[in-house]
Design a binder for this molecule. Structure first.
Ligand code: CA
Ligand code: CA
Length: 149
């Protein structure tokens, strides 16, 4: 399955809209990155993508990346320094479980959307929206094929 085909155009819009909704209520930034293959550990790769996307440059270090390698059936959730240790134990693995559980049923969009909502609720709790918050990072899904990674 090619990574771009993981979600239909419509499903992609649903994910983007879920990200927008979460970010409307929080200063946090959520991004979804989808690629085909992941030869290394998913979390290590997610950390690299987090950096590549400039997610370590947000003012409050409260970016959260949902990383998916579609062909290798791997996923990871990587969070910035400002939020990573602020959540209760098990939170990140719960988010990952949501993704994996839905992916096993080929319900990619549903899994991503639910994970975005769960992360979004936490961002609202820890980083409520303040006047002057801006959209620091694009809400579009980021794609990369295996040829240029
Ligand atoms: Ca923001
Ligand atoms: Ca954003």
């Amino acid at each position: 399955m090619a990574d771009k085909d993981l979600l239909t155009e419509e499903q992609e819009q649903q994910v983007i809209s879920a990200i927008q909704k979460a970010e409307n209520k929080s200063s946090g930034e959520i991004r979804v990155h989808i690629e085909e293959e992941c030869e290394s550990d998913a979390l290590e790769r997610a950390a690299q993508v987090f950096h590549d996307l400039g997610m370590d440059q947000t003012q409050r270090q409260n970016g959260v990346l949902i990383y998916i390698a579609s062909e290798d059936h791997k996923a990871a959730v990587y969070a910035g320094k400002g939020i990573h240790t602020e959540v209760e134990e098990g939170f990140w693995s719960d988010v990952l479980d949501i993704l994996i559980r839905h992916f096993k049923e080929d319900a990619y969009e549903e899994g991503i959307e639910k994970a975005v909502y769960k992360v979004g609720e936490k961002l609202v709790e820890l980083f409520p929206h303040k006047k002057g918050d801006i959209d620091e990072l694009s809400n579009e899904i980021s794609y990369r094929d295996s040829n240029n990674s």
